[in-house]
Design a binder for this molecule. Structure first.
Ligand code: DAH
Length: 338
């Protein structure tokens, strides 16, 4: 029996030194010291031990039990400490590393262009005014000399809210709203959102326009050319070449579109200008007498000019952006370039 006890001790120690994980140590404890454990079993058979060996056998059993228990406890403790150390090593924080930089937003390119244009016209004495985006048919069309059956309405794919209420298709209605309230002379600039049923690389259902209007006694086409030339040279550079091209708008007569020499190719012809060497920048013209009559201005006494332009288009040309939809995807990688 004593030799069995010695063999059992040797086995238990060998198993202990091979074990690594907590559950292995606990299993060894159960295997040898548990209620049905091997050492417990040996003790139970003490009756088979000769009487003179019994005290010694009992003593050795107890010693082995105690020493195994304390070895297992020590191993468990050591294992727990090792775990803690591992966790500390793994989760170590290097407080000397630089922190994550906070990402700052900045002004959207369309807003930058809007502010730039507004400040140029403010320096020409224009006031900045705004009008509603949900607009009456009357202001968006009728008062601007586009009656219900006018073909020019087809150029503007309109979102209708009700029969007589639309999402404004341009910022021109603000002209009429202001003239109804204010007597000349006046110089106003009106930036804002406009809406058209259209979507592709150069159209989005919502985009931004700026409308300008100047009315006074004796205003002529030379004034229009002078102000618009000065404006475009401020935005695109003093060397910019301009072209005033005859056009048609129901609310101006005569009307002109203003082009600049292509900023990409300098006029040689490229993809951006469609090989023409010119970029269309804005629509303009002398306010049609019919519009003045709608707001009770006397066309014999007053004259004026108006113009309108798309902000995204200007930003696209200025920054060489080929897809208008990029402005509204809010991809930081795109926006942070401006
Ligand atoms: N409202 C026009 C458009 O959206 C732009 C425009 C052209 C405005 C000529 C004007 C103008 O005031 O005189 O296409």
């Amino acid at each position: 029996m004593i030799s069995e006890l010695q063999k059992l001790e040797k086995d238990a120690l060998a198993e202990l030194s091979a074990a690594e994980a907590e559950d292995q140590f606990l299993n060894i404890r159960t295997k040898y010291l548990g209620r049905k454990g091997l050492l417990t079993g040996l003790l139970r058979n003490i009756a088979q031990v000769s009487d003179n060996e019994k005290p010694l056998f009992g003593k050795l059993c107890n010693e082995l039990k105690n020493s195994l228990n304390s070895k297992i406890d020590a191993a468990l403790l050591e294992q727990a400490n090792r775990n803690k150390e591992n966790i500390l090593l793994k989760e170590k924080i290097d407080v000397t590393l630089p922190g994550n930089a906070v990402k700052y937003g900045h002004i959207h390119p369309v807003v930058q262009i809007r502010r730039e244009i507004c400040s140029v016209f403010a320096s020409f004495g224009f006031s900045i005014v705004e009008g509603p985006e949900i607009e009456l048919d009357y202001y968006n069309f009728e008062a601007l000399n586009m009656p219900k059956d006018h073909p020019a309405r087809d150029m503007q794919d309109t979102f209708y809210i009700e029969d007589n209420i639309v999402l404004r298709t341009h910022t021109s209605p603000v002209q009429v709203r202001i003239m109804e309230k204010v007597r000349p002379p006046l110089r106003i600039l009106s930036p804002g959102k406009v809406y058209r049923r259209d979507s592709d690389v150069s159209h989005t259902p919502m985009f931004h326009q700026i409308e300008g209007l100047l009315v006074d006694k004796g205003v002529n086409f030379g004034d229009l050319k002078g102000i618009l030339s000065a404006f475009l040279k401020k935005i695109f550079g003093s060397a910019t070449t301009l072209r005033f091209r005859p056009s048609f708008f129901p609310f101006t007569e005569p009307s002109a579109e203003v082009d600049i020499r292509c900023v990409m190719c300098g006029g040689k012809g490229c993809r951006v200008c469609g090989q023409s060497g010119w970029l269309e920048i804005l629509g303009s013209g002398m306010v049609d007498p019919a519009v003045f009559q709608n707001v009770n201005y006397d066309p014999e006494e007053y004259s004026g000019f108006a113009f309108g332009l798309g902000l995204e288009r200007i930003a696209m040309l200025k920054y060489g952006i080929s897809d208008i939809r990029l402005f509204f995807e809010n991809d930081i990688r795109f926006l942070k370039q401006f």
